[in-house]
Design a protein around this ligand. Structure first.
Ligand code: SF4
Ligand code: SF4
Length: 460
């Protein structure tokens, strides 16, 4: 991976690492946008927003507008999450320990909007960081700004050392920048000007594989990143550019979310439009690989062309490597812009260990697949169960932020969290590569993520 700071800011910096694993997976979405199906219900999913404690502000049967508050964070009641639909609260779902899992809104034929004061270029110039943050909270836009290293919603009283915007998503199954920026260049530039008012330097990263052509955005680019997944994760870029420990306190915003911030401020309406990458990495799947224009909180079944055919697949929301398993009856969460359908696990292969494995994707040279390196169709097959670590060191070889993954995992297992922190636990960017390559099938990435979240919760 190479991170290069452009001459525009009079300084060129190059950082390279060979610890990047190119995974040739089939099913990356195309560059065209399709209009999604009309929706009759949408939902907010409080439990999919990490590291908050939701408190309900509505009850079943209430009438809400687009932009009405549905729930707030108990730790910071100013942090409100707004309704993606106008209509009636049809259902409120609870999980274990009464965790609120979903708030479903049955939409009216003519939905109404809450309206806020629009903030244009002139008004923006008059804003100070404090009033701007208040305005973003009121409009439900603040949760789009998150902080490193925990990836929690940014704390408004925090002073970040920098604010990062990576145009292209780290996960190959997300919406490419060329898709969401097309026709929205001026709005994106306005979004960056809003972020610049926060007081921290804003760094905008483009991918070397997808350089920006439009001048309005090209003039904003400060870094160029090359390399395979997850080179463009803001945590990876920060890790390879920071010089001091203070720089660890950084914020980041996804490229598509910059547009939402700009739209919400400029129009005074809660922005609900989303472009979602739908990838069916399964042979012959009727859903195809495409970008769908839909809205926040859409039912997942409405995103695929043929939900019946797709029902036998494993549904993954949020990216193949970083997402979570879900079901067709679920809805799209606040940060989620990727739905991937893969073939479910099949029964164990008889004498599979004797076969040469020409079509068994592998990060090692254990199968003949390593010779041809074709793009493979992802499947849910684990090919074996979790077993003891064999100290092969593969997890460390692929980690993009140089964590001693094996030792970190063992420290966590032994309850030695301070020791795990010394091995780099907080630098983890949740890319999942360590779990992907581990021949012992250990859920390394999930273990590190849960431990980081527990550590964060203990500190606040
Ligand atoms: S520890 Fe694993 S999940 Fe975390 S950054 Fe390293 S490879 Fe990725
Ligand atoms: S990849 Fe798995 S088996 Fe190998 S050292 Fe890491 S944890 Fe152990």
């Amino acid at each position: 991976m190479v991170v290069q700071k452009q001459e525009a800011i009079m300084q060129i910096k190059t950082v390279s690492t060979k610890k990047i694993l190119g995974i040739p997976v089939a099913g990356v979405p195309g560059m065209d946008i399709e209009e999604g199906a009309p929706l009759t219900s949408v939902a907010a999913l409080p439990d999919k927003i990490p590291l908050i404690k939701p408190r309900l502000l509505v009850k079943k049967g209430d009438h809400v507008k687009i932009g009405s508050p549905l729930f707030e964070d108990k730790g910071n009641p100013k942090l409100r999450f707004l309704s993606p639909g106008g209509g009636t609260i049809a259902d409120i779902g609870y999980g274990q320990r009464r965790v609120i899992t979903r708030i479903v809104v049955e939409t009216d034929k003519a939905e109404e909007y809450e309206s806020f004061d629009p903030i244009d270029e002139k008004k923006l110039r008059e804003q100070d960081p404090g009033s701007l943050m208040e305005a973003m909270m009121e409009r439900g836009l603040w949760p789009l700004i998150r902080s490193l290293p925990y990836r929690a919603i940014a704390a408004p009283d925090e002073k970040p050392a920098s604010l990062w915007v990576c145009l292209d998503p780290a996960d190959p199954f997300q919406v490419p920048s060329g898709v969401y920026l097309k026709g929205n260049e001026a709005r994106f530039a306005f979004g960056i000007r809003i972020l610049e008012k926060m007081g921290a330097p804003v760094f905008v990263c483009e991918s070397e594989q997808a350089p920006v052509e439009d001048d309005r955005i090209a003039s904003l680019i400060t870094h160029r990143v090359s390399g395979a997944y997850p080179a463009e994760d803001p945590g990876v870029v920060l890790y390879h550019t920071k010089k001091t420990a203070e720089e660890n306190r950084a914020w980041f915003v996804k490229g598509q979310d910059v547009l939402l911030i700009a739209e919400g401020m400029a129009t005074g309406r809660y922005p609900t439009s989303r472009i979602v990458a739908v990838s069916a990495s399964a042979n012959g799947d009727a859903s195809g690989n495409r970008c769908v224009k839909t809205r926040l909180g859409a039912p997942l079944a409405a995103l695929v062309k043929n939900p019946q055919t797709a029902a036998g697949r494993r549904w993954i929301m949020g990216g193949l490597f970083q997402g979570h398993t879900t079901v067709p009856e679920d809805y799209m969460g606040f940060y989620e812009t990727s739905l991937t359908l893969i073939e479910e696990a099949t029964d164990p292969e008889l004498f599979g260990f004797l076969r040469p494995g020409l079509y068994k994707p592998t990060a090692s040279r254990a199968f003949l697949y390593a010779l041809h390196k074709k793009h493979f169709t992802a499947k849910a097959d684990l090919r074996g169960e979790e077993r003891a670590c064999i100290n092969c060191g593969k997890c460390e070889q692929v980690c993009p932020v140089d964590i001693m993954v094996q030792f970190t995992y063992k420290c966590i297992y032994a309850g030695e969290i301070e020791e795990a922190l010394l091995h780099g636990l907080l630098d983890c960017v949740e890319c999942g590569l360590c779990s992907y390559v581990c021949p012992a099938k250990i859920e390394l990435a999930e273990t590190l993520k849960t431990t980081r979240h527990d550590y964060y919760q203990d500190r606040i």
